[in-house]
Design a protein around this ligand. Structure first.
Ligand SMILES: *Cc1c(COP(=O)(O)O)cnc(C)c1O
Length: 738
């Protein structure tokens, strides 16, 4: 009996070939095993378990038509083919279809197990984690990452997953993965906290032959199994697995990978269409899945039964001599291989992926939606005379946003409790916004004395100013702490300095133990909590307490923000109980992205305030300090094309008179960009291969990558960069202008 086994690399991220060979050898000592691979760097080629080596050219040089004929001959001669390479399986399923000796699933089953939807999951008691295709508008991708608190993975359709914790890591990982796998067809998936487990099974023509349940005990840095426990499949999973195998007419091996969360929900993350690389671990535990598959396909009974040796297995690293016919070439330093593709993927899957592009499902590109109010605002701008780069106020949007926040505050205010919005001055101290805040009855939130001076000269009284931050008296204090509405001490030292003043409220910013922040009074140890309580007790006994926390939801995620709010209320109760003083003021900071404020904060604001009332019956005042939620979307930056550069028929770069100096946030979040069509209508640019470059002679002055620009774009044309208010204005700087 001859068996061809493809994909035999054995490194930190191995293919299953070597494990298949060892398991088959254990059951059929006389079997003739042929190792197949596509690079001499595939280390398993040198392993003595193989009787023969069939080394192919790399996939980019391989004549696929001829090669498929050769494989057909191999199969027709009576040999079996066990593939350990997902993309080879995809290719073989399409070119050879079903052959009794080709032990792979049918093409229809492959599409039912394709990521990220994995349609076959509906037969199993498992869920699919939230995900979004990377071909969606960048605006939506950023929103997805915020929703899941930047605990997301970027994944390819077949291989590779990278952790994404910021927009910058997302954009660099995306260009790396799309270059390696020659595809835009990537997706983002929410991280699930839990234990990684999987099911490996063998099936022949829709019949489940045997299966095992694996839970990881040790992993490599890449998350690959290094040690694990093998057990019987829980009975509630067996019947669904039999059913899905039957429905998909599965032939061959498979591994179904999932995460078990703390509520015992199983989240399916991958369905590999081949045996896992740890398959010999199952054999050690008494389940020789490759052997039962060969037995079902050939009718040849296993000559040596697999006896369970241990339910646990681990990997070790050993050195073996190389086959003298296949000496190894030197490392790649001499050749440009910046992504390390050849040594990382010796079986050449990135190259095959490129050749199989038509077989892998592609998603359509969508454009971001532009709110109607923004379109109206833009239509009313006088752009013909714009002295670019020029920032322009969107009056309708300013009115809408300031009124929306102040209306909610006044609706929630009653005789018991006053709800305030305090505009964060540092976000953008422009007079236009300070006036809008004052006219809407908002307070102002300052972090320095120059900010205080600025709002006082814009009609605000000191009693309408909330003072916050680590250096609020800098550079010199012209006012006293008791002149302000409320002052939140950022440290124990600062709090202690107010003990002898006649403050109306003892304001304290808390550093919540479950989040990382450099600000506020720490509470994470008993001594630090005791120090806080002792310091508070030095104030007059009738003096009430005000508490503040500020953790940006656009960083930590909206759901996590709500959890931290609950924890904040818990600490407020603890402080009230231990000091005997009443918590009368709460202030929950800012850090909301405008869209999240609209969809997750404002609609829930009543609930937020009522929760505080329920927990703290003496509460008199509730403050929210929005900055960018109010002003980020209220400005556009008009820029003009200086030069159009054609790199290829599908790829262009435009140099503009804008720069990162005018848009310092451009690497940190995607901005919606509009171009004007012949009818004078402004349309969002969709994704593509073009780039918008800045005017500065600086490598990092790139305003947008991966955009598709109108073909008629020429020097002098205008572009509008939306979302250019807030820190894009307040942190903009003059550079390269003599
Ligand atoms: C900066 C700041 C804000 C506003 O933050 P945004 O991200 O602009 O919403 C609110 N409160 C405090 C204490 C701040 O320092």
């Amino acid at each position: 009996m001859r068996v061809y086994i493809s994909g035999v690399h054995s490194g930190p991220n191995p293919s299953p070939g070597l494990g298949l060979a060892r398991s088959l050898r254990a059951a059929y000592p006389d079997m003739h095993l042929v190792a197949v691979d596509y690079s001499i760097r595939s280390s398993g080629l040198h392993d003595p378990h193989f009787d023969d080596i069939w080394l192919q050219c790399p996939w980019d040089q391989l004549n696929l038509e001829l090669y498929s004929k050769q494989i057909q001959e191999v199969l027709d001669s009576g040999a079996l083919w066990l593939s350990g390479l997902d993309l080879e399986i995809l290719w073989l399923a399409h070119v050879l279809g079903e052959h009794p000796n080709l032990l792979i699933p049918p093409a229809s089953a492959l599409s039912m197990t394709a990521k990220p939807e994995i349609p076959a999951h509906t037969w199993l008691p498992m869920k699919i984690p939230a995900h979004i295709s990377v071909t969606s508008p960048e605006w939506d991708l950023h929103s997805f990452c915020r929703r899941y608190g930047w605990r997301v993975f970027l994944k390819g359709p077949n291989y590779e997953a990278r952790e994404v914790d910021s927009w910058e890591t997302f954009t660099s990982s995306r260009s790396c993965l799309s270059e390696t796998w020659s595809t835009d067809n990537l997706f983002l998936q929410a991280h699930i906290t839990g234990h990684e487990e999987s099911i490996a099974f063998a099936a022949y023509r829709g019949e489940l032959l045997d299966c095992v349940y694996m839970s990881k005990r040790s992993m490599t840095g890449e998350g690959k199994t290094w040690a694990a426990q093998i057990a019987q499949l829980p009975t509630n999973l067996l019947a669904p697995l039999q059913m899905v195998v039957r429905e998909l007419s599965w032939t061959g091996g498979a591994e179904v990978e999932f995460i078990r969360d703390s509520d015992n929900i199983l989240w399916l993350i991958d369905w590999n269409t081949r045996f896992p690389a740890w398959i010999h671990g199952a054999t050690i535990a008494g389940h020789n899945l490759p052997a039962v598959l060969v037995q079902a396909a050939t009718g040849d009974t296993v000559t040596k039964a697999s006896l369970p040796i241990s339910p646990y297995f681990t990997r070790i690293v050993i050195e073996i001599p190389c086959n003298s016919y296949f000496p190894l070439p030197p490392l790649h330093e001499m050749w440009p291989d910046p992504l390390n593709v050849n040594s990382k993927h010796p079986s050449g899957m990135p190259v095959l992926g490129k050749r199989l592009k038509p077989l892998i499902r592609q998603h359509h590109q969508r454009k971001p939606e532009i709110p109607a109010l923004l379109v109206d605002d833009i239509q009313s701008l006088d752009l013909a005379h714009a002295k670019t780069p020029q920032r322009l106020y969107l009056e309708g949007t300013i009115k809408d946003r300031f009124e929306r926040f102040s209306k909610i505050a006044s609706q929630l205010t009653d005789s018991q409790l006053k709800v305030h919005i305090a505009y964060s001055i540092k976000t953008d101290p422009a007079t236009r916004f300070l006036r809008a805040a004052f006219n809407c009855g908002m307070l102002a939130e300052a972090i320095s004395q120059p900010e205080v001076e600025r709002v006082v000269s814009s009609q605000f009284s000191l009693h309408q100013v909330v003072l916050n931050g680590p250096a609020k008296w800098w550079p010199s204090p012209p006012h006293k702490p008791d002149d302000f509405k409320i002052v939140f001490a950022d440290s124990i030292e600062e709090l202690a300095s107010y003990v002898d003043l006649s403050l109306e409220t003892i304001g304290i910013r808390l550093r919540l133990p479950s989040a990382t922040s450099r600000f506020g009074v720490p509470l994470d140890t008993f001594p630090s909590f005791r120090r806080l309580i002792t310091t508070i007790s030095k104030f007059p006994s009738e003096c009430p307490i005000g508490l503040h926390f500020h953790l940006a939801s656009n960083q930590i995620g909206v759901n996590r923000w709500w959890q931290l709010y609950d924890s904040f209320l818990g600490w407020a109760i603890a402080i009230q109980r231990t000091t005997g003083k009443l918590v009368e003021s709460l202030d929950v900071g800012g850090g909301w992205f405008p869209d999240d404020a609209d969809t997750a904060l404002l609609p829930q604001f009543t609930k937020l305030v009522n929760k505080a009332r329920d927990h703290l019956p003496n509460l008199r005042e509730f403050i929210l300090e929005p900055g960018k939620a109010l002003v980020q979307s209220t400005m556009v930056l008009a820029i003009r094309v200086v030069e159009v550069r054609c790199l290829s028929s599908s790829k262009r770069e435009i140099v503009t008179d804008g720069a990162i100096a005018d848009l310092p946030m451009s690497p940190l979040f995607p901005h919606r960009i509009l171009t004007c069509d012949e009818q004078g209508l402004w349309n969002p640019v969709s994704r593509g291969e073009d780039r918008i470059l800045g005017r500065l002679c600086m490598e990092n002055d790139i305003l947008a990558s991966n955009v598709h620009l109108p073909s008629a774009m020429k020097p002098g044309d205008l572009l509008l960069v939306c979302d250019a208010g807030a820190y894009d204005r307040s942190m903009s700087y003059v550079f390269g202008q003599g």
